[in-house]
Every structure is written in structure tokens, then in C-alpha cells.
Design a protein around this ligand. Structure first.
Ligand code: HOZ
Length: 431
């Protein structure tokens, strides 16, 4: 008996769709989700005991692979000292110090428990600090599931064809302007029309919820200029890219391409928690001091700055701050992307791929798309066949074509070779 199927049947009886987060249900690709029994390094074993090379890594956090010994030790030690206090701890201060040390745009930071919470709170702060209501977001970007941001969003909303969720009243999103990613004319027009009402422009600088789409440099530069000119805040959602595409996140990448570039607010999650529920948002002191208890913008949480999660995050940040870490990670990720691209070329499959640091994406399209409508041209049934072909061969990628992929420092050259060989076999069957 297939243990994954048995568990899925039990789960479906009690949990909507059998999962606690929609994309995991495999509905976009069909078949039975793999229930994870345990994981180590670059692999996890499913309920049937089958090993998979894991390119999801908990959707980004597991940058060191699963069960890194130093992180594990830190977590066990912290757990022995207590799970949760609802009172401040030294470790929260240390984690805040580590974040601020690596991100020049962040002078103060507040820790929360999920990316959704961080994005929602950053949005409230932007509105509170500017006294304005309107916000700009981009089609295909996903900033968690807070109401005001659930409009034309990527990730699971794109996967299931409901880009705007039911249950979100029109009045709640009346101030959300949704524009096309990488479209300079549209942001210029939006600021020309609504400039003095716009609190913030929120963006995934490298969008990982419509697979992997970079903001072009001229587009990013124009976003910055228009926000500055109109007194709106530029909010970088770096839940995926923070400490993932490099130690300084996507903001360091763009600062290397646009002199003096900085976002105003930064939203973080995933890697900063190392796999534990931990996220954060931060920015300049003057803005962050608008938060309660100093200022009028309210935000709170019982599990915020949780001692076990902060221990996990701190140990992770310490390991990834070692010299050469990102060079090696980026090199490994590039070798995956190049290997897949070569295999696709050899087998005549239309294919394009991109990566930055330990994050990658690929499309069954001849050229990299620049925005959500272009991503939508992907051949979903063909992707489903590729997904299952890889899964059968023990390679686990996201079960939806709108999601980015992640390589960890635990992935070896042999893992990449095995993956590329599996992909070559599957490509031959795609026709
Ligand atoms: N929102 C995540 C993908 N972008 C999925 C999270 C999950 O299923 O764990």
C-alpha cells in the first residue's frame, strides 16, 4: 500500500484539501503529495521511505540543507531553556543585530512569525507613517495572504486560477493598485495620477511567486525615483530573496547595479528563521519608531521573537556569513541551471532558466518572461509531465510552475549531476 496515499486520504477527511497550504496538494500537477518522514542534508524521505533530492527546501528557508549540525545543536539547546516566554530575550537582540549588520537599509527591525505577518505589518506601517492609503503592487507578486495584498497575486492564487481571493471585500482592496511587473509606463502613469495618495510600492525585487522573474534595472531605478519624488515608501518583499540570493539580499544586488540604491522598508522571512516560524520587517529608525509602543502604528504577537526560532535563525545566519559561502552556493546553483539548459537543448525542448545565489527558476518557454502574462504562456500540462518524470526519478521540485526553486549548500555536485541526468531522460519524453 502506498503510504503517501494512505496519509493523504486520512488528511483529506480532516484538513481542507488534505494540506495546510494549498500548493502542497499537487492539484496543479495531479497525483499524491509526498508526506515527508524525515530529511537530512539535500534529501528527504517520503512516507514510503523513498529518497528525494529536495529543491524546495521548505520553500526557501533550508539554505544549509536539512538538519545542519550546528543549527540543530542551537535549536536543541534553546528548547531545553524554554519554548516561549512572551518576554524579551538576548537572542532577539542578537538576531536584530545580525540583520542590521548585513542590510544597510535596515536600522531597526521587528521580529514576527510569518512572511504574511511581516508584509501585512510593513504595509500598515507604510500607511501609518505616510498618512496615505493607496498602495502599488504587481501582478504575479505574492506578499502573503493579508486581505489588502491578495489581489492578482502569484503562487497558489495563480496556480488555482483565483488570482484574487474570495472573502476579500472590494472596499478592502479599493486602495490597492495592481500594475504589470517591469512596465515603466504603468508606474509613471500611476504616480502621475495618484502620486500624493500612494503610501508605498511593494515589490518582490526578484519575483519568486511567478517562478523566477527579475525586475529589470531601469524598472527598479524608476520605482525608486518615483517613490522618492512622490514621498511614497519603496517596500522590498525579500521574504524569499533575503539572505538567499546573497548575504545582502536582492537589495545588495540592485545596489551593485544602481548607485546609491536602497529600499525604504524590507520584509524578511524564510532564511532568517532557518526553517522555524520567524520573519521580520525593518527600515530607517524614523519610520520604525512609528510602531507601538513608541508610535501609533499597532503591531504585536505572542510568539514574536520566539526563543527557539531565534536560535535557529541566528545559527543559520552565522553559518551563511562565513567567507565564500555564497560564492559556492551560487556556483552550485548555476551548474544546475546550466546543466538543465544543456540537457533541454540536446533534447530539443524549449527551455529558459535563470538564477541568483541559491534561488533559481526555469520555464518551458524559449525566452525568460518579464511579467505575469508572459509567465502564463507556459504549457501547464507539459510542466506536469516534467514534474512527475522528475518525481519518479527522486527529484523533487515545486508542484506548480509559478514557484521558484532553491539549492542549499548541502547539494553536492553529484546531486546536481543526478538531477540533470534525470531531467535529460524526462525531456526526451516531452516531445
Ligand atoms: N506560499 C508558498 C509558495 N510560494 C507555499 C508555502 C507552503 O506550501 O509551504
Amino acid at each position: 500500500m502506498d503510504q503517501n496515499e494512505t496519509l493523504f486520504q486520512r488528511a483529506r477527511a480532516l484538513i481542507p484539501g488534505g494540506v495546510n497550504s494549498p500548493v502542497r496538494a499537487f492539484r496543479a500537477v495531479g497525483g499524491t503529495p509526498r508526506f515527508v518522514q524525515r530529511a537530512e542534508g539535500a534529501y528527504f524521505w517520503d512516507a514510503n521511505g523513498k529518497r528525494h533530492i529536495d529543491y524546495i527546501g521548505s520553500w526557501g528557508p533550508m539554505i544549509l540543507g536539512h538538519g545542519h549540525p550546528r543549527v540543530l545543536e542551537a535549536v536543541l539547546q534553546a528548547a531545553r531553556d524554554g519554548f516561549s516566554f512572551g518576554a524579551p530575550t538576548e537572542r532577539e537582540v542578537e538576531l536584530a543585530e545580525a540583520i542590521v549588520r548585513h542590510l544597510p537599509a535596515v536600522e531597526m527591525v521587528r521580529l514576527v512569525s510569518s512572511g504574511t505577518e511581516a508584509a501585512m505589518s510593513a504595509l500598515r506601517l507604510a500607511r501609518g507613517a505616510t498618512g496615505r492609503s493607496k498602495i502599488i503592487k504587481f501582478e504575479g507578486c505574492y506578499h502573503g495572504h493579508a486581505d489588502a495584498l491578495l489581489v492578482k497575486a502569484g503562487s497558489g492564487l495563480a496556480t488555482f486560477g483565483h488570482p484574487t481571493s474570495a472573502g476579500v471585500p472590494a472596499e478592502v482592496v479599493q486602495h490597492t493598485l495592481v500594475l504589470e511587473y517591469n512596465n515603466i509606463a504603468q508606474i509613471e502613469e500611476a504616480f502621475a495620477t495618484h502620486g500624493r495618495d500612494i503610501a508605498c510600492l511593494m515589490i518582490e525585487p526578484i519575483a519568486g511567486n511567478m517562478n523566477f522573474v527579475r525586475a529589470s534595472v531601469p524598472f527598479m531605478q524608476r520605482c525608486r525615483e518615483l517613490c522618492t519624488a512622490h514621498g511614497a515608501l519603496l517596500v522590498f518583499d525579500e521574504v524569499m530573496t533575503g539572505f538567499r540570493v546573497g548575504l545582502g539580499g536582492a537589495q545588495a544586488h540592485y545596489a551593485g547595479l544602481i548607485p546609491g540604491f536602497k529600499p525604504d522598508l524590507t520584509v524578511l522571512g524564510k532564511v532568517i528563521g532557518g526553517g522555524m516560524p520567524l520573519a521580520a520587517f525593518g527600515g530607517p529608525r524614523a519610520i520604525m519608531e512609528q510602531l507601538a509602543p513608541l508610535g501609533p502604528v499597532y503591531q504585536a504577537g505572542t510568539l514574536s521573537g520566539n526563543p527557539v526560532a531565534t536560535a535557529c535563525g541566528l545559527a543559520t545566519l552565522e553559518a551563511i556569513s562565513q567567507p565564500g559561502f555564497y560564492e559556492a552556493l551560487a556556483q552550485r546553483t548555476r551548474s544546475l541551471v546550466e546543466g538543465l539548459s544543456n540537457a533541454a537543448r540536446e533534447t530539443g525542448v524549449a527551455f529558459s532558466a535563470d538564477c541568483e545565489g541559491g534561488m533559481f527558476g526555469f520555464f518551458l518557454l524559449p525566452a525568460l518572461p518579464q511579467n505575469y502574462p508572459a509567465v502564463m504562456k507556459s504549457d501547464a500540462p507539459k510542466f506536469g509531465r516534467l514534474f512527475h518524470g522528475l518525481l519518479d526519478r527522486g527529484v523533487y521540485i515545486a508542484p506548480a510552475l509559478y514557484e521558484a526553486g532553491f539549492v542549499s549548500s548541502a547539494h553536492s555536485a553529484a546531486d546536481i549531476e543526478e538531477t540533470v541526468a534525470a531531467a535529460r531522460e524526462v525531456f526526451r519524453t516531452l516531445g
